[in-house]
Design a protein. Structure first.
Length: 268
């Protein structure tokens, strides 16, 4: 995510690291679930206060509801006001962009979608652009959607034909990211260096063992070239996030943003 994290609560999973380190963001897929009360949320917590509580523990959230319907402006503005400056929302792009039949105005919808979510301002992270298994590689479509969105997007492909240099070139040109997931039923995206953003959707390996999940996340960041060997402090922060997520048996959304390359510095 193209983010800048901050945390004022000691129990927050991810804090702002030194400028020389990547910034890590950890969250879940959604936050407003009544079944989380008594596990993650206090039993008597009102639904209207869920996001405020959530944002004290984690630093980002992926919102899948926008896949079906973009929240009204009033809702987006309230979400922004209920979260600290360092918090980010990753909106899942409307399904019409990638799941619609030929002839549908996908580019027009992308322009409408990105305009509506823009009210989140600095709290807006990358858009999750998910392509279905039946959608094979279409470079022109990918390029046109990323152009119409006009903001960083994390592309999740569920057909192996997408994983080649042409796809990576387009994503890199638009400052996007390639989603890496550990879901067994979809082809797994390779760990390639496409820029300053990395995006992980983790479903397995941490629910029963949060510590193992934290190690898995750190290892993948290292292999992808966006993180050095996990320092004890960072490992502790990530472990705390995975522990919180494991209590609600939710998908983990983990993202990283490298610091901007300084003049004379060398990217390793």
């Amino acid at each position: 995510m193209r983010l800048a994290g901050s945390c004022t609560n000691a129990s927050c999973a991810v804090a702002r690291p030194p400028e020389s380190e990547p910034t890590l963001y950890t969250g879940t897929s959604g936050f407003s679930y009544a079944t989380w009360k008594g596990k993650f949320y206090p039993p008597a917590l009102a639904g209207a206060r869920m996001l405020d509580y959530y944002a004290q523990k984690l630093t980002g959230v992926e919102l899948n509801g926008s896949f079906y319907r973009t929240p009204p402006e009033s809702t987006l503005l309230k979400w922004a006001s209920d979260t600290p400056p360092g918090f980010r929302f990753c909106m899942k792009a409307n399904r019409g962009l990638t799941y619609s039949a030929e002839g549908f105005d996908r580019v027009g919808l992308a322009s409408i979608f990105t305009g509506r979510i823009a009210v989140l301002g600095e709290r807006l992270g990358p858009v999750l652009l998910q392509f279905p298994p039946a959608r094979q590689q279409n470079i022109l479509l990918l390029d046109s959607l990323l152009s119409a969105l006009g903001r960083p997007a994390a592309a999740e492909f569920r057909h192996e034909s997408w994983f080649d240099e042409e796809t990576y070139r387009v994503i890199r040109e638009h400052g996007g990211a390639l989603v890496v997931t550990d879901e067994a039923k979809w082809p797994r995206a390779p760990l390639v260096d496409l820029g300053s953003v990395a995006y992980f959707r983790l479903r397995r390996g941490y629910r029963r063992n949060p510590r193992r999940g934290a190690c898995l996340f750190q290892t993948r960041l290292g292999v992808a070239g966006v993180g050095a060997a996990p320092a004890p402090a960072r490992r502790k922060r990530t472990g705390a996030a995975m522990s919180a997520i494991s209590t609600i048996n939710s998908e983990a959304i983990c993202a990283c943003r490298r610091p901007r390359k300084m003049p004379g510095s060398v990217r390793r």
